[in-house]
Design a protein around this ligand. Structure first.
Ligand SMILES: Cc1ncc(COP(=O)(O)O)c(C=O)c1O
Length: 756
């Protein structure tokens, strides 16, 4: 008789440890070759399991290490009382190996097998429960289990492995079989034992449906290795517990206890036996009849996902054709006449995307991926035009929002979060001696302008960049209808990095100079410091509009990055990972005017969900060193793009901007910039990338996302180069090209002082 792997492992362990004793109660299936090999350290007590448990406890009290073998049913049901009192309470190092647990008995009924064993054994204080998936996993775990002074119940299996185990010999740890989405899988399946194979089969079938599955082999459900389980609950849309067990007491109960204790919410789908027994038969028949085949499991999961996860469209890969955008177009047809401009945010509007090729409406986002209403998946390089510093549905932030939602959204008095977030901002932002909140970027840029006018008793404002839709700023653009001439007359602009134009615009009537401290050009020759000096000299306040730079260029924004402190600074976008919150910070003596003289109040200013989001986002940005991570990924992208362009000899394109937010620039020599951009956009859309010329990086963009995007550029730029050389870019467009981008920092409606 050739010994099995389990037997040879036990024999080797017995040879190394004279205290090890192998026991059974006439249940020798797993031990056939051991009696002659172990001699008097093999004890068969006959059919009297209870006696065996008592004996094992007695031996353990005398320093021996017994491994007891019986049918799982005898251990769990008949000997339970003995296990609980003799072994459990004394915490003796007895290992209880249960044969035919779960579905494993080929034909015996409830007298010989146990499907409630995890619950029963797991209910004994101090008892560990180990559920290996195969004999290799079992054998690899034995040394660690024997070295552990706790009692342990082992669900015996002699099955062959279906997967290579990443953590052999570490039975206390959950093994994660990763999905194919870089940690952004849609579903997590928690399982163990023989069903690991069925889970793998379900995963294969779900992958074909575009659903990425991560599998957690929970070898030791009690005590649970919580971290990978919590990570799966946070990272995925649905957690499935798959077990050959009753509904209560097994994996499903254990998972729910953990989620409740940690306050984590995620939909959970239990696939188990419910509260009924099953009809014993040969294993394949049991699996089919009870709905535990890979196919049946996949179908249950798809059913549960339902409309939550649109499937079947183009994905983030090289798709053969443009995505189907039928539903997008149908929504657009309804919106066209009902919603003027169609959009609430210009940069999200149809004018920024190739009409007829690009989707118009998104339904869902996770990490750096989005799904449109037709079910197409995209890697998103726009990230809601800035707010998603961490990523879509970022667990730490969403959990904070949900927790706050339980308590309320907007209140009749002030909320403590107003104080807490103000303190977080004060600690992060240079010069933030005081802070006020509002909802939009232009709320706070307009408040800054008003308070600057009140503080200086001057009315003129000098700006550079984009600051929002309110009268004072938008009057300097060609979209100035409806704004009184008197408002326009108070405004001037200057060119970034051009001190001459600043000196020309700022005079003794200037209340403030407001600018984005950096957009796509870095400050040259100490431009910001000079600006600071000029403002101080001429008695104007310096206001930094840090919508893009704040909490992104550095945690403390451009003020920290460039070492220049403005009098006032305006923040929004990155601060609350997608929730509507803006903040105005600055000098206490200026901000004090908001006490009485300057009116700046709004119903939703202290709305608590957004503040809760900021209270979760800001520490996360700091602790995970997000600005540094964005810069490093941005540099990788910039270097990669530059390398492709120079390999191809394309002197007319490069990436400009700060690392965390770059833009693809085309020289006029290459042709119509809007056509070039439209071509790149349509080709990226076919490859599953949503792009409007910018790379607005979030913490959820991974290195492999960057590599994927670079791979796409490597394919697209040579095609573009050919069209540029042949003058055929416009002809290669499959839809209507994009329209001009509205904002520009240099020479954009410059209205110098002389023209006033
Ligand atoms: C630099 C800058 N300032 C101000 C604003 C206005 O912010 P909001 O659209 O939230 O009013 C924006 C918006 O894009 C911006 O980019």
């Amino acid at each position: 008789m050739t010994p099995t792997l389990y037997e040879t492992t036990l024999r080797a362990l017995a040879a190394a440890d004279p205290d090890l004793v192998v026991m059974t109660a006439e249940n020798r299936a797993a031990l056939r070759s051991l009696p002659p090999l172990l001699g008097d350290r093999f004890i068969d007590v006959g059919i009297c399991e209870q006696t065996m448990i008592g004996m094992a406890a007695g031996l353990a009290l005398r320093g021996r290490k017994p491994i007891v073998h019986a049918l799982a049913a005898f251990l769990t049901m008949r000997a339970y009382e003995f296990v609980r009192t003799d072994v459990g309470i004394a915490h003796l190092p007895v290992k209880l190996v249960g044969g035919v647990p779960g579905f494993l008995s080929d034909g015996n009924g409830p007298t010989h097998q146990a499907i409630e064993d995890v619950a029963i054994m797991g209910g004994i204080p101090g008892m560990k429960v180990f559920c290996p998936a195969d004999e290799e996993e079992l054998a690899a775990a034995l040394p660690a289990l024997l070295a552990d002074p706790s009692p342990c119940y082992i669900r015996y299996t002699g099955a062959r492995p279906v997967v290579e185990h990443p953590l052999p010999g570490q039975p206390h740890r959950v093994e994660v079989v990763a999905g194919d989405r870089d940690g952004r899988d849609t579903v997590a399946i928690l399982t163990h034992g023989l069903l690991l194979g069925q889970a793998l089969e379900a995963r294969r079938r779900l992958a074909a449906e575009g659903v990425s599955v991560r599998i957690l082999n929970v070898r030791m459900p009690r005590p649970l290795d919580a971290d990978p389980v919590l990570a799966a609950a946070r990272d995925t849309e649905l957690v499935v517990t798959l077990e050959d067990h009753l509904h209560s007491g097994g994996l499903h109960s254990i998972l729910c206890e953990l989620l409740v204790a940690r306050g984590v919410r995620v939909p959970v789908l239990p696939i188990d036996l419910g509260d009924r027994w099953f009809q014993p038969a040969l294993l394949p028949d049991v699996l089919a009849r009870e709905g535990f085949t890979g196919e049946a499991i996949a179908a249950k999961i798809l059913d549960k996902l339902g409309a939550r996860v649109p499937r079947g469209g183009n994905g983030v890969r090289s798709n053969a054709a443009d995505p189907s955008i039928e539903r997008s177009q149908a929504l657009w047809a309804r919106a066209r006449t009902l919603i003027p401009a169609g959009t609430q945010t210009l940069a999200k509007g149809p004018g920024q995307y190739v009409d007829g090729v690009a989707p118009k409406y998104l339904a869902r986002g996770k990490g750096a991926r989005v799904w449109d209403v037709d079910g197409n998946e995209f890697l998103d390089m726009t990230m809601a035009v800035g707010p998603l510093s961490l990523g879509y549905a970022y667990p730490a932030v969403d959990d904070a929002i949900r927790a706050q939602l339980e308590d309320g959204i907007t209140f009749s008095l002030m909320h403590p979060l107003e104080v807490e977030v103000a303190e977080l901002i004060r600690d992060a932002v240079p010069g933030a001696e005081a802070a006020r909140f509002s909802k939009t970027g232009c709320d706070v840029t307009s408040a800054a302008v008003r308070v600057a006018r009140a503080f200086t008793h001057r009315e003129r404002v000098v700006c550079c960049g984009y600051h929002g839709w309110h009268d004072w700023y938008i009057s300097v653009t060609d979209r100035n209808a409806g704004i009184p001439q008197s408002t326009q007359d108070l405004m001037s602009t200057f060119d970034y990095n051009n001190l001459e134009s600043v000196l020309d615009a700022v005079d003794d009537q200037t209340a403030c100079v407001i600018l984005e401290p950096m957009v796509f050009e870095a400050p040259r020759d100490g431009f910001l410091a000079e600006l600071r000096r000029i403002c101080t000299e001429r008695g104007a306040l310096l206001v930094f509009d840090e919508m893009w730079t704040g909490f992104r260029l550095a945690l403390g924004g451009a003020q920290e990055k460039f070492g220049v402190t403005a009098d006032l600074a305006c923040f929004s976008k990155a601060i609350a990972n997608g929730m509507p919150l803006s903040a105005l910070t600055g000098r206490a003596d200026v901000m004090r005017l908001f006490d009485k003289d300057v009116f700046f109040f709004t119903t939703f200013g202290g709305e608590a969900l957004s503040l809760a989001a900021a209270a979760a986002t800001i520490p996360e940005l700091r602790n995970k060193r997000v600005p540094e991570a964005l810069a490093s990924r941005g540099r990788k992208l910039r270097d990669g793009y530059q390398a492709i362009a120079s390999e191809l000899g394309l002197g007319w394109t490069r990436l400009i901007g700060m690392d965390a937010r770059t833009m693809v620039a085309f020289d006029a020599s290459a042709g119509n910039g809007l056509h070039l951009k439209s071509f790149v956009q349509q080709e990226l859309i076919r490859r599953g990338v949503l792009w409007t010329g910018f790379h607005n990086l979030s913490y959820s963009h991974t290195d492999s996302d960057i590599e994927y995007l670079l791979g796409a550029y490597r394919e697209i730029l040579p095609q573009l180069a050919r069209h540029v050389a042949d003058g055929t870019v416009a002809g290669a467009l499959r839809g209507k090209p994009v329209e001009p981008v509205f904002r520009k920092t240099t020479k954009f409606n410059t209205k110098p002082k002389a023209a006033r």
